[in-house]
Design a protein around this ligand. Sequence first.
Ligand code: SF4
Length: 184
Amino acid sequence: MGIEEKLPAGILLTTVEQLAGYMRKSSVWPATFGLACCAIEMMAVGTPDYDIARFGMERFSATPRQADLMIVAGRVSQKMAPVLRQVYDQMPEPKWVISMGVCASSGGMFNNYAIVQGVDHIVPVDVYLPGCPPRPEMLLNAIITLHEQIQNAPLGVNRVNAAHAAEAAGLAATPTHDMKGLLA
Ligand code: SF4
């Protein structure tokens, strides 16, 4: 990602991280991308009642090349999956994904061959938002959670170390098929 990859560790990098994080979180532009009923709730956050402009996000981009947030609002069909991935690939780095609603996160009640059983099979997800449909307030809460992640995102050597730590934690985690939840 350019010069930030060459920055040294230490106090200077920490200060640059905080500054870059603040500027990034204050200027996130979502892509105009709705898939199903959840998209109606997503559109509601642009109305004066919820006023997403407070977060510097009033501009939903009609082109992925001018967007850095994909809100996957609704179920993802098998036919739509490659299109979704293409839109994601066309977004510039750094970029983030919110999986909005139970359908996008896990297939929801559509446990069948036509629907992707979780959009994280197609793109990496930063925040999962539960509900069917999630209320606009819940989407705003997910956006605030994402802002905290962006604010505290490491850069340079710190980013490399964080990636290694995340990979080690992933390898040590309990596999999904071993999780029984309330059925245990
Ligand atoms: S989670 Fe509910 S509201 Fe959202 S796409 Fe699925 S069925 Fe529709």
